[in-house]
Write a protein that binds this ligand. Structure first.
Ligand code: HXC
Length: 259
């Protein structure tokens, strides 16, 4: 598949797919065309049995500086409702395989919201996160008010959403928004190395682990616990559960089949 606004590399490392946002002059602003391509790329990687973990990145200056303001500027409320561009983001939320965002530079507005749709965030020391929509007369529209609040709590999320202040990678780490901070020259390498660790696990277990952890954000405790327990029992239907436990008993590394 060929893309205009993104680049996709399958098997950048064994079992890892890499998506690179590629509108550098616009700081990877998320125009409609880019989002359409992103949805296609995620669907393709999610359905590829040779991919077990997906990494999404931008470049050193910007992961993504948000939705494309120039594209949105002249729109009416009716235009926005009819296109309903943010509903397309649901497709990314529904990806079953673990996704890691490798972030350097700006992750703002929709860019920050995109990182929060991912399962882990590895950031360079130069990364900056923020929801600055208030400065252009709107508010986050792709999950920022909800996911940021769940990730870092009401008091801190409210400040960022109401003032548009950017936070550094270190502040984002301290607040619990991101997984780790590394020197700028290492952020992609570190994200790929983390992806390889995930890809070394039983693939169906990894997917059900992702689904179960995400349920903690979307359900009350009893419902989440019920889903976790069912997923746990379900894994006993997989060959990989038998293999994983036999390998432990036999003191050898497991050989996953993804079944
Ligand atoms: C369109 C953008 C853009 C954006 C930057 N550019 N962000 N174009 N949409 N979101 C373009 C600039 O117009 C400029 O192009 C080029 O990228 C470089 O940007 P500069 O501003 O010259 O760079 P700098 O001075 O370093 O400032 C970087 C910045 C600033 C702080 C990131 O660009 C900025 O504040 N951008 C907007 C951030 C923002 O408000 N994001 C939220 C968008 S709303 P030209 O051609 O002029 O040189 C949103 C809603 C989310 O995301 C809803 C769900 C998706």
């Amino acid at each position: 598949m060929s893309y205009t606004y993104i680049e996709v590399t399958k098997q950048i490392k064994p079992y890892i797919g890499l998506i690179r946002l590629n509108r550098p002059k616009e700081l990877n602003a998320l125009c409609l065309g880019l989002m359409d391509e992103l949805v296609l790329a995620f669907r393709d990687l999610d359905s590829d049995s040779e991919i077990r973990c997906i990494v999404i990145t931008g470049n050193e200056r910007a992961f993504a500086a948000g939705a494309d303001i120039k594209e949105m500027a002249g729109k009416t409320s009716t235009d926005m409702l009819q296109v309903d561009q943010f509903s397309k983001w649901e497709a990314i939320k529904n990806v079953k395989k673990p996704i890691i965002a490798a972030v350097s530079g700006f992750a703002l507005g929709g860019g920050c919201e995109l990182t929060m749709l991912c399962d882990m965030i590895v950031a360079s020391e130069s990364a900056q996160f923020g929801q600055p929509e208030i400065k252009i007369g709107v508010i986050p529209g792709a999950g920022g008010t909800q996911r940021l609040t769940r990730a870092i709590g009401k008091a801190r999320a409210m400040e960022l959403v109401l003032t548009g202040r950017f936070i550094s990678a270190q502040e984002a780490y301290d607040a619990g928004l991101i997984t780790r901070v590394v020197p700028v020259e290492l952020y992609l390498e570190e994200a790929l190395s983390l992806a390889q660790k995930v890809a070394a696990m039983a693939p169906i277990a990894a997917q059900l682990a992702k689904e179960s952890v995400n349920a903690a954000f979307n359900s009350h405790l009893d419902e989440g616990l019920r889903l976790e327990r069912k997923n746990f029992y379900l894994l006993f239907a997989t060959e990989d559960q038998t293999e994983g436990m036999e390998a432990f008993v036999e003191k050898r590394p497991p050989l996953w089949k993804g079944r």
